[in-house]
Design a protein around this ligand. Sequence first.
Ligand code: ZN
Length: 820
Amino acid sequence: MKRLLLLIAFLPFLAVAQTSGNEDWKKVYRSFPTKINNLVHTRLDAKFDYEKSYLNGKVWITLEPHFYATDSLQLDAKGMNIYQVAIVKAGKNIPLKYAYDSLFLNIQLDKTYKKGERYTVYIDYTAKPNEFKANGSAAITDAKGLYFINPKGEEKDKPTQIWTQGETEATSVWVPTIDRTNQKTTQLFNLTVPAKYVSLSNGKLIAQKTNTDGTRTDTWSMDQPHAPYLFFMGVGDYAVVKDTYKGKEVNYYVEKAYEKVARRIFGDTPEMMAFFSKKLGVEYPWVKYSQMVARDYVSGAMENTTATLHQESAQQDARELTDGNGWESTIAHELFHQWFGDLVTAESWSNLTVNESFADYSQLLWLEHKYGKDEAMFENFNQMRGYIGSGQQSRDLVRFYYKDKEDMFDAVSYNKGGRILHMLRNLTGDDAFFASLNKYLTTNRFGTGSGHKLRLAFEEVTGKDWNWFFNQWYFGNGHPRIDISYQYNAETQLASVIIKQIQAGDKVFKLPFAIDIWHGNEKKRQLVWMENKADTFNFTVKSKPDQINVDADKILLVDKKDNKTLAEFIHQFKHAGNYLDRREAVAFAGNNTKDPAAVQLLVDALSDPYFRIRSLAITNLGKVKPDDAIIAKIEAIAKKESRKMVKAEAISYLANLKNQSYKSFFKEATRDSSYTVAGAALEALTELDSVEALQITKELSKEPAKGRLNEAISNVLITYGDEKSFKVVSESYEKMPLSFPKVQMSATYAAFAAKLTNMDEFKKAVDAIVEFRDLIPASAKAQTDPVINGALKELAQKKESAGATEMAAYVKSKLPADKK
Ligand SMILES: [Zn+2]
């Protein structure tokens, strides 16, 4: 699962959150769940009651004792009505005694069963996901398991959909099961759905039967075992765009408006399947692969076996796609889970990283394959930054003590885990790394994985002991902070690199890495191991090196201070070659713009082959007093650059010059095919002429707009428009997907609401903000609630001081007690 979408964007804010409260959890060891009975097969007949948002189910669960004989069975079954529990004998249902407390169904079996002796229980029940209350608290949005979207068709412009989200343990809200990651079962699902809709579930669609009551029963068969949290059902009015990989169906379920662009969004999937299969030496293990897009799906995306679910942000229109496919990494991530997660499943939430670190790392593997090393290194750097800014450094990667299993879905399990894999790949070498992954997958296929099982696979393949690495990175916490300095002694012709580990505490990291010593175009590589709080590495050289590049492959998970001179960074920029080498140099130059050589480096970087370096150079040149040569270069980029992100950056640069001669260019660029460029151009135009910008905004707002253009339109209308803009502003706010920009937009929208005098419109605005606030997953609320509630509080104060007490009271009624 990719629950980190929101979180990553918020990491800079994060350092504060979550330390208070009851600490009893620190004493609770989270083992893997004891296996008494094992699931074998699950047959479900499901009928959906759209009126009540219920599922009426009959389930036949075949099980057998794991090892010890047993006469009882405990199933997870959350918030259901249970009508009958029986054992199936010779085709007959013989009622069994049971006790049910709305969480667990404890069944007394008809006799004692031994290992190897299979039995089938039958349960007739109704699932009521909207009424299930976890821990007796208020109704929850995070763990309903089964979601009915607009079930009665009451919301205009919103499709009617059903979808499920099992992870972590919410499948048992809609079907009784042993809802644990270390259980695996085959399945046969008969889904009775309105005949006008399509359905999707795990495995293969093997039969369809039209019923006389306007419904159809679809039979989905999953012959390979997988864990209950990966069960999936999806129903709705979808276009099914068909693709194929080695004779297997690869389908994209999108809303009909997106049928034409579905291939531009998901069309790389077969190539990804081929690439991952080849890298891993394990062919894509399942019978088909489908991807579905859902409304109101807050979890990002979920790797249900053979049936991945994506949130609405996946559905990008043609103009969004001109900036590149913003969902590509997520598509790779969920696909890689089909091996790491679905074929081999983390044995417990404590070991979640053996699912998520691999899915995270697959993003880098795919980007490297498709777009080259720079893009892969950007991914690595960006994910590392996400972890370092997370404030979660005290958590072990594999963690046997945690407060809530949802807490495992953090920047440690994902980002840090992925970076650790990157170091492991560099240390072992590509061949050994992928051979070890193959070993891990083939040894544990259709079973479970853990940090230890991963270590054993690497040890078996490489013939080396990896305990030091796993103890340091998997079963320990933190990361090194290093300070690098350099010395040269002309007499002894000795170049020295002094590296200090300056992280707090006593922990010393063992760090192997490469050091490149440069003279002109020539480099000499040395492999070193840092093992102490401070180490000095000495190299005999013919003359003073032009530059020494520590961690020359840029693989270390570190927070570092590199005390290079500008001249050394310029050499690094020109010679060392990889993305991070150049990025570090550009960033250093950007902080030293008083030096003409630094400015020259930034100007050189405008011609870098990699677009993100060009973009970063423009941003940094914003700090330099502009001269004609620089302006001419950036003008050329604004007009000719094919990478839309860089073009937009160049337009924003020109906007700051406040030069009226750009007006017609900006005006024209508001019509660019890219929302990013059009948005940047509208912002730029606003700087020059807010009256004309408002006029153009009103025109633009009549057409679809997303992303930066949508934000720019809202901002202009909110800042320069009046109450009459309400309709456009409210619509553009409401159509924004669950995302970081929407949190910021909530504050802007709240500022706009201060202008509203019509009570109905005012309430509508407040309600929309509150609805969005409450939709955000609990894991991200700690970061988002302060922003949104702060904006609402300010709105209440403004209304109060304007004498609009009724409006002020309405906003206050939506705020938590301590924020009023
Ligand atoms: Zn994931």
